[in-house]
Every structure is written in structure tokens, then in C-alpha cells.
Write a protein that binds this ligand. Structure first.
Ligand code: ASP
Length: 436
């Protein structure tokens, strides 16, 4: 009897471990990794392959994830004249705000210097640095002569250009494009699922990476990580409270306070799930119920933003790319800065709104400017914390765009927007009944 009761202690512990939310598993992996690194010292390098395997797995996702989710984003546009106009406005708005977000991230990275004085050395960078393309090369080569080669070689900017072009073509051929759109939609869903599955490996990967980093560099790494967290959170706060408030006030003459009250639920969901896609139902509800945005606008601009607009992710990539450069003592030129802005802005179009997607894309930014991929090891351990903040920015940015575009299209009920929450809900119900 006793024997039977005691013979299965492991599954219980394992089941308990598996029932923990992913973010706490990752946090535990990080703490255990740091402890293992401190205890093992330089010998912890033996654990590095676990981390390398994880990094390889996330790199595996980049091309198919970007390709499929981008095609779905582009083809989600309708072909009526007003939808084209709204589509154009959304694209322009999303691109400009993302460029500003990455610039804020870079400015904060320069001012706070989160990686300064860390003095890490990389084992794999030098040849990558030599091979890094210049901005001019990047611009010239942005159109792939062979899209299959671009996909096979992971030329992500070329992949983005081809996916956008293909998406537009699929919409233009109407009925004939529908089977292909359905296929890419299904593949995109599968890629989101795969990202989800790969993220389940994160606690172990983070453990291996953190053990190696802690063993190699010791406790001195913690301070710069705290500085990175601070820098990303500061940038996110500035972008939301400063920049978005200005946009709402200056472009649409709307009260930022009413806006933030109206979207607080969506912000909370974004913070806890770290997924723009997962927050979409909450965002739709906030837009129509609390902000008074006509559903015709929100049902198009919000899903598009979920796929292509990632201000928070771009901002985070600006801060973390500079962190990595500073940590490894690599001086960046102004061409590198411009390359980061361009790459992060375009890459954000192809970043899926799922947890950890920004970390996948960080490998791309680092590679493009020739920064060491070991930098991902440093960031991976704290990525969930950063993901929570950047997802709030991503979701807020989509809702700002939706509100401003709705106002410009006469599709915003301002009385509703300015009403308090109780009245907003009542007004939304009345509008619904009227429509029915
Ligand atoms: N988790 C983010 C989002 O869903 C994407 C990212 O990882 O940056 O918006």
C-alpha cells in the first residue's frame, strides 16, 4: 500500500510544474539557471546547448510565421473604395507610429545605456559583422529576384515585400484568390500554435542560457538586466502617455483621459496575456462599447493592427539592440541606427501578436546589424516581463489608430466617447438595438 502510494511522486511534481502559467515557469527557469550558473561557474557552459537548442527552435519559426501572418493581414482588407482608403490610412498610421516608437527606444537606449560596462565578448560575431549589409544594400535588395531563395535564406525584408505583393494580388483576383487566402489563414493559425508550443520550451531554454551567462559573467549581469527592464518600461510609458496622448489630442481633438479609461480592460488583458491576438476580442469590445467607434471601422482596423502594428515590440527592439551592442562593446554607426529603424519597423509588420514573437524578431534585428546572437540569451531570461509591457503598447497603439481613423471617417460617436463608462454601455446597447 505504502509502496504504491510512494511509487509515483514524480508525475505529481511534474503535473504541478506543468499547471503553472508559462510566465512563472520561465521566471523559475531563469532563477534556477542563475543559481546553477553561480554554483557551477564556468562549467555551466555544459548547459548552454539547451539554450542553443531553444534559440534554434525560435529561429525556425521566423520565415513561415512572417510570411503567413503577413499575407493574412494584407488580405483581410476589403476591396471597396472606402476600405481601401481606411486601409491606406491604417498602413500609414501604423508605419509612422512604429517608426516613432523605435526611435524612442533607441533614444532611451542611448540615454540610459542599459548595457554599458558589461564587457562581454562574443564567440560568433566577427564574421557576421563583416557580412552585415549596409543600409544602401538593404534598400536595393529589398525586392527579391527569387522569392523562394529569399524564403529559403531567411531574407526577411524580401520575404515581407513578397508577402505584401502576393497578398495584394490575392485580393485583386477576387473569388480565385479565396482558396489560397484560406490556405494561408490556416497556415498562419498553425504557426501561431507552433509559436505557442515552442514557447513552452522557453523555461528550459532560459534555464540553459541563464546558467551559461551567469556562470560565465557572474552576478554582475543582474544590474544591466534591471536597467533594461527599467528602460523598456520607461519607453513604453512615454510612448503611451506622451506620444499617444498627443496624437489623440492633436489629430482628433479627443480627451486622452477618456481614451485610457475606455481601454483599461484591454490594457489589463494585454498585460496579463502578452498577446495582442488574444486581446483582440477585449479590444473590439472597448472600441465599440466604451469609445463609441463604429464597428465597420474597428472590425477592420483592429485585426489589421493586431497583425501589422507593433509599436511596443519595435520600441523594445530599439532598447534591447542597443543593450546588446553596449554589453558586447560594439560601436554602432548612424547607418546601423537607420538599419535598426528600418528593419524593426518592417519586421514589426510581420511580428505575430503572440507571446514571445518579439524575441524571435530580435534575432533578426541583431543579425541584420551584425550584433552577437548571444544577446538573445541575456534578454530571453527577462523577456516575459518586457513582453507584458510591450504588448500593452501594441494593443493601445491599435486602439489609438482605430479611434483616430474612425474620427476622420465620421465613424466616431463623440457623445458616446465622452460619456462615463455606465452611460457608454447603455448607449452601445441602444445603438445595437437601433441597428437590429
Ligand atoms: N507579445 C507581443 C504581442 O502579442 C508580440 C511580441 O512578442 O513582441 O503583441
Amino acid at each position: 500500500m505504502t509502496k504504491t502510494a510512494n511509487s509515483h511522486p514524480r508525475p505529481t511534481t511534474w503535473a504541478r510544474w506543468l499547471s503553472l502559467p508559462l510566465w512563472s515557469q520561465i521566471l523559475i527557469g531563469m532563477v534556477l539557471g542563475i543559481l546553477a550558473g553561480i554554483i557551477l561557474g564556468p562549467d555551466a557552459v555544459a548547459l548552454k546547448p539547451i539554450g542553443t537548442l531553444f534559440v534554434n527552435t525560435i529561429k525556425m519559426l521566423i520565415v513561415p510565421l512572417v510570411f503567413c501572418s503577413l499575407i493574412v493581414g494584407v488580405t483581410s482588407m476589403q476591396d471597396t473604395v472606402s476600405m481601401r482608403r481606411v486601409g491606406f490610412k491604417s498602413f500609414a498610421f501604423y508605419l509612422v507610429t512604429t517608426t516613432i516608437a523605435i526611435s524612442i527606444g533607441l533614444a532611451i537606449g542611448v540615454l540610459i545605456e542599459p548595457g554599458a560596462g558589461l564587457g562581454l565578448t562574443s564567440t560568433v560575431t566577427s564574421d557576421v559583422i563583416v557580412a552585415a549589409p549596409s543600409l544602401m544594400d538593404t534598400l536595393i535588395n529589398i525586392v527579391p529576384t527569387n522569392p523562394i531563395a529569399a524564403l529559403a535564406n531567411g531574407q526577411i525584408l524580401q520575404v515581407i515585400v513578397f508577402a505584401v505583393a502576393l497578398g495584394i494580388a490575392l485580393v485583386l483576383i477576387g473569388e480565385q484568390g479565396k482558396p489560397a487566402i484560406a490556405l494561408f489563414t490556416s497556415l498562419a493559425e498553425a504557426m501561431y500554435k507552433l509559436t505557442d508550443m515552442v514557447m513552452k520550451l522557453a523555461p528550459y531554454g532560459v534555464f540553459g542560457l541563464m546558467a551559461w551567462v551567469a556562470g560565465e559573467y557572474g552576478a554582475a549581469m543582474l544590474l544591466p538586466l534591471i536597467k533594461v527592464i527599467f528602460a523598456v518600461y520607461l519607453g513604453c510609458a512615454l510612448h503611451i502617455l506622451g506620444f499617444y496622448s498627443l496624437v489623440l489630442k492633436l489629430m482628433a481633438g479627443l480627451s486622452p483621459l477618456q481614451f485610457f479609461k475606455g481601454i483599461s480592460n484591454a490594457m489589463a488583458v494585454a498585460f496579463t496575456t502578452s498577446s495582442t491576438a488574444g486581446t483582440l476580442p477585449a479590444s473590439m469590445k472597448c472600441a465599440s462599447e466604451y469609445l463609441g467607434v463604429n464597428k465597420k471601422i474597428s472590425s477592420f482596423v483592429l485585426p489589421l493592427g493586431t497583425t501589422i502594428n507593433m509599436d511596443g515590440t519595435a520600441l523594445y527592439q530599439g532598447v534591447t539592440a542597443l543593450f546588446v551592442a553596449q554589453a558586447f562593446g560594439i560601436d554602432l554607426t548612424w547607418v546601423d541606427y537607420l538599419t535598426i529603424v528600418l528593419t524593426a519597423t518592417l519586421a514589426s509588420i510581420g511580428t505575430a501578436g503572440v507571446p514571445g514573437a518579439g524575441l524571435v524578431m530580435l534575432t533578426l534585428i541583431l543579425t541584420t546589424v551584425g550584433l552577437p546572437l548571444e544577446g538573445v540569451a541575456l534578454i530571453a531570461g527577462i523577456d516575459r516581463l518586457l513582453d507584458m509591457a510591450r504588448t500593452v503598447v501594441n494593443v493601445s497603439g491599435d486602439l489609438v489608430a482605430t479611434t483616430v481613423i474612425a474620427k476622420s471617417e465620421n465613424a466616431l460617436d463623440e457623445e458616446h466617447y465622452n460619456a462615463d463608462i455606465q452611460d457608454s454601455v447603455r448607449m452601445a446597447n441602444e445603438a445595437e438595438q437601433k441597428q437590429a
